[in-house]
Each structure stands twice: as structure tokens, then as C-alpha cells.
Design a protein around this ligand. Structure first.
Ligand code: NAD
Length: 496
């Protein structure tokens, strides 16, 4: 099955099945591939090839660079179903979410193509007569993308498509848990390169490796930008190393996303939003809803409605019409169970959270999503456990709700369900939510590519995808031109 998908996507059997690093599907634990992990020692040569490619690519006009990304978007459209299914086999996503992830790649291609004709700088008024000032945006160099298992294809596409239209070369180190989808993306990208014709060799390369390979990218000063998505632990290791060599980082790290449920909230809508954002992707999205901060007047009702809704959630094989697929691996299951034990110790009342289908899939980890009523924002609640656990807290007044929303180390996504315009506006104001994403009457997950994506505090501060995130992939240059016959100095300085 997976062999056929890989072959249709253009991945050779040699690359996908003859290495020492075995890939097991989270769906049923079966072996779906075996890849060779590249040692860190192979990274410098790839960086050198990328540097050479960059030196040619930076002079290709940006709209022509956009043509390569346009062609890639076409290839993705033609292979959407196969790539989505491979995402399901390797990362455990349900059909709809696999398709959604590939659609996100297609959307960012469209966005990047438009952007390739809009890499605008400013014209700035000069204080000196006969002068003009402008700002130019130039390509940056070699950009590396380090990605996590849970968005095995979209995160690379968010970064690579923008980096490429901005005139850079790209090196991608995917998660060691999801190398097959990465091989498939590379094969599809090579189809686009072939149709494009004259792109330099080494423009977009894949490094199938583990942490060592990632560390080699992080250490090398030729890699001017490291865009790293993953745990806060990883970000803590990467950020100081890149800073020590004055490189740039885009960090997209862990989240601990909340919803404030106000007394005026439309509860029917809120239940649907909570369900999608708390149990979708089996709680393995960086934007998963992890904390429900409900007003004391609606808390009991929402908990009882959620219990009824949770009881109906179909957990099972992600390609067979279920809503919740498996956790990525045993380790994820164990950390979920440990968090639930801790939550009980800290006074929580746990509903759900048990393993399911162990008799059918002994080597796969399906769980009933857990709902945990907590007496307060205890230590376990402040920590991101990458599994479907929703902690429920209650509040009395809006200020308390806001304080709870902000009083965690992470700052990715947040939302409020309210029909009170004062609360909605206050939540999104300067003194409101401290997160990179703050929504009203929409859950915290499932962002569109048009906005800048990322978060504050331990989430790392990076922004990717839409808005003006492209600027992170370029270097800014200020240009002053004197078209007069005098040489006046700024600030009126006389230097005779
Ligand atoms: P992880 O941190 O274990 O691994 C992520 C990537 O970093 C992998 O490719 C890994 O090989 C690499 N890596 C690890 N240590 C490294 C080091 N010292 N130097 C260089 N590379 C290193 O994360 P994961 O378990 O794959 O993913 C889950 C985490 O990712 C969660 O915390 C989730 O919130 C986060 N995430 C964040 C976003 C976001 O946009 N904010 C998106 C997706 C996932």
C-alpha cells in the first residue's frame, strides 16, 4: 500500500526501504519503510552546494523564481490525494486532515507566486536636497528548515516556497519520525524543477538525518537563517547556537493554547470549536486547545455537553472515517498517561484518557481524548503535553480569565467565545491576550496561510507563512542616492 503510494509519488524503493532507520506506521505499527540516515559529516557538502545554487538563483528575477513555485503547486494538485494518504500512514492524521495539510501547501504556493511580484521596498523622504532614499530587499542566502513530525509536509512548504521566491537556497531536515513524506515532497519538487528547466543544482535539498544533522546545520555560519519548528526544548538548544554566530532564527515552538468561554458565548458553536481544536489530530497540533477557561456560570453546562460530545467521538483507523487517529508513538502515549497521573495528584478529575484498540493494534497507540477538570492552573496545566488532554478551569471575572490565559510560559494561540463586543475587543487589545494568535468565536487551531503564524514567549517569537513574514527570508538594504552637485551631510553637519 505505502510502497505503491511512494512509487506514484516518485520515491525510489531504494531510498524508501533499504536503509537502517525503520519507519513504523502509527496506524498499526507495521513497517512502512526504512531509510538511510545521513551522518552530520555529509551536511557541509550539501551546504556548499546550496551556497553555489544561491549565488545563481539570487540573480534570477523574482517573478521567474515564482514560476518554479507555481509549477510545484501544479504538481501538488496532481498528487494531493496520494501525498495526503502518505501523511496519514506516516503521521497518523485522519483523511480530512491529511488532505487539509496538502491543501495548505498548495495555498502557500499560490501565496508565494503572488508574492514573487510584490517584494516591495519603501521610498523614504530624504532630509537632504537632491537626494532620495529607498529600501531594497535582497535574497539572504542558504536557509535551513528543521521540521517536526506533526506537520510533516506543510511546515517545509510554508518556509521553502517563501524562501525560494525570495531568492534563497533551501536545506530541509525533516523529523526523523517522518522521512518518507519528506522524500515524497522532494520527489514532487524535482518534477517541478524538471518542468522549470534551468534552476541551479542543489537549490532545494533534503537531509534525511536525526538531531546530529540538525545540529550541523545550526552550527554552520553559511546557513544564514535557521527556521526550526518543534519542541521548546529543541528551541532552547538551537537559539543560542545560532545567536553565537550572529545567524538568524525563526522559531516555531510549543504552545499551550486556551479558550475563554464567556457567559454570553454561543455554546453550540463553542462545543464544535472545542471538539475540533482539542481532539483533532489527536491533540498533536501546536495550536491544539489545551485549556478551557470557562465562566463559572457556564462551566457545568459546557462540561456536561463536552462529555456527551466526547463520548461520541470515533477513535480509530484514520483512513476509515474516524475523527481521531493514533498518537505518533508509545512515548507520546506514556507522556500522556504521566500527565494524567500528575493531573490527578494536583486535584484534577479525569474523564477519558484510556488506551483504545490495543487488542486490534498492539503496536499502535489510540486513546480516548481526556477532559480534566482542574482546581486551578497547576504545574501540569502550564506544561505542553502533546496529546489530547483538555484541562478545564473556571473563572469569575474577565480580568481573571485574561490572567489565566496569559499566565503560562507559552504564547502561541488563544481565543475567546463571547458575544460581548467589549470583551472581544479587550481580548485582542494591547492589554489582552499575549499570544501571537488571538481569535474571537473561532478555536485556536486551523489557521489560514494568509496571516503571519507564530507565537511569543517560549513559542519562540517567529512568524511564518502570510502577511509580511517573507521579510524574514530577505536582507534589508537602505539606499541613499545623491543626484545633486552638492555633498550636504545629514544632521546639517559642516565638515570643511
Ligand atoms: P522535536 O523538538 O522533538 O523535533 C523537531 C525537529 O528538531 C526534528 O527534526 C529534530 O530532529 C530536530 N532537533 C531536535 N533537537 C535538535 C537540535 N538540538 N538541533 C537541531 N535540530 C534538532 O519536536 P516534535 O516532537 O517532532 O514535534 C512536536 C513539538 O513541535 C511540539 O512541542 C509542538 O508544539 C511543536 N510544534 C510547533 C509548531 C509551531 O508552529 N509553533 C508547529 C508544529 C509543531
Amino acid at each position: 500500500m505505502v510502497d505503491q503510494l511512494l512509487s506514484r509519488l516518485g520515491v525510489s524503493a531504494q531510498a524508501a526501504s533499504q536503509g537502517a532507520h525503520v519507519i513504523h506506521s502509527p496506524i498499526d505499527g507495521s513497517r512502512i519503510g526504512a531509510v538511510a540516515l545521513e551522518p552530520a559529516s555529509s551536511v557541509p557538502a550539501k551546504i556548499a552546494a546550496a551556497q553555489q545554487a544561491f549565488e545563481a538563483w539570487r540573480s534570477v528575477p523574482a517573478p521567474r523564481r515564482g514560476e518554479l513555485v507555481r509549477l510545484f503547486g501544479e504538481v501538488l494538485r496532481a498528487h494531493k490525494a496520494d501525498l495526503a494518504e502518505l501523511v496519514s500512514w506516516e503521521a497518523g492524521k485522519i483523511t480530512q486532515e491529511g488532505l487539509g495539510e496538502v491543501q495548505e501547501m498548495i495555498d502557500i504556493c499560490d501565496f508565494a507566486v503572488g508574492l514573487s511580484r510584490q517584494l516591495y521596498g519603501l521610498t523614504i523622504a530624504s532630509e537632504r536636497p537632491g537626494h532620495h532614499m529607498r529600501e531594497s530587499w535582497h535574497p539572504l542566502g542558504v536557509v535551513s528548515v528543521i521540521s517536526a513530525f506533526n506537520f510533516p509536509v506543510a511546515v517545509w512548504a510554508w518556509n521553502a516556497t517563501l524562501a525560494l521566491v525570495c531568492g534563497n537556497a533551501v536545506l530541509w531536515k525533516p523529523s526523523e519520525k517522518t522521512p518518507l513524506t519528506a522524500l515524497a515532497c522532494q520527489a514532487l519538487f524535482e518534477k517541478a524543477l524538471k518542468a522549470f528547466g534551468d534552476a541551479p543544482a542543489g537549490l532545494s535539498q533534503l537531509i534525511v538525518g536525526d538531531r546530529d544533522a540538525g545540529e550541523a546545520l545550526v552550527a554552520d555560519p553559511r546557513v544564514v537563517l535557521v527556521s526550526a519548528t518543534g519542541s521548546t526544548r529543541m528551541g532552547r538548544e538551537v537559539a543560542p547556537r545560532v545567536a553565537a554566530r550572529f545567524g538568524r532564527c525563526i522559531l516555531e515552538l510549543g504552545g499551550n493554547n486556551a479558550m475563554i468561554l464567556a457567559p454570553s458565548a454561543d455554546l453550540d458553536m463553542a462545543v464544535r470549536a472545542i471538539l475540533f481544536s482539542a481532539v483533532g489530530t489527536a491533540g498533536q497540533r501546536c495550536t491544539t486547545l489545551r485549556r478551557l477557561i470557562a465562566h463559572e456560570s457556564v462551566k457545568d453546562e459546557i462540561v456536561s455537553r463536552l462529555k456527551a460530545a466526547y463520548a461520541k467521538v470515533r477513535v480509530g483507523h484514520p483512513l476509515q472515517g474516524n475523527l481521531v487517529g493514533p498518537l505518533i508513538d508509545r512515548q507520546a502515549f506514556e507522556s500522556m498517561q504521566n500527565a494524567l497521573i500528575k493531573a490527578r495528584d494536583e486535584g484534577g478529575q479525569v474523564f477519558g484518557g484510556e488506551r483504545q484498540l490495543a487488542d486490534v493494534y498492539a503496536d499502535a497507540y489510540y486513546v480516548t481524548p481526556a477532559l480534566v477538570e482542574m482546581p486551578g492552573q497547576t504545574e501540569v496545566v502550564r506544561h505542553e503535553t502533546f496529546a489530547p488532554i483538555l484541562y478545564v478551569l473556571s473563572y469569575r471575572d474577565f480580568d481573571e480569565a485574561l490572567r489565566l490565559n496569559n499566565e503560562v510560559p507559552q504564547g502561541l494561540s488563544s481565543c475567546i467565545f463571547t458575544t460581548d463586543v467589549r470583551e472581544a475587543e479587550a481580548f485582542q487589545s494591547a492589554a489582552g491576550s499575549d499570544c501571537g494568535i488571538a481569535n474571537v468565536n473561532i478555536g485556536p487551531s486551523g489557521a489560514e496561510i494568509g496571516g503571519a503564524f507564530g507565537g511569543e514567549k517560549e513559542t519562540g517569537g517567529g512568524r511564518e507563512s502570510g502577511s509580511d513574514s517573507w521579510k524574514a527570508y530577505m536582507r534589508r538594504q537602505t539606499n541613499t542616492v545623491n543626484y545633486s552637485r552638492e555633498l550636504p551631510l545629514a544632521q546639517g553637519i559642516v565638515f570643511d
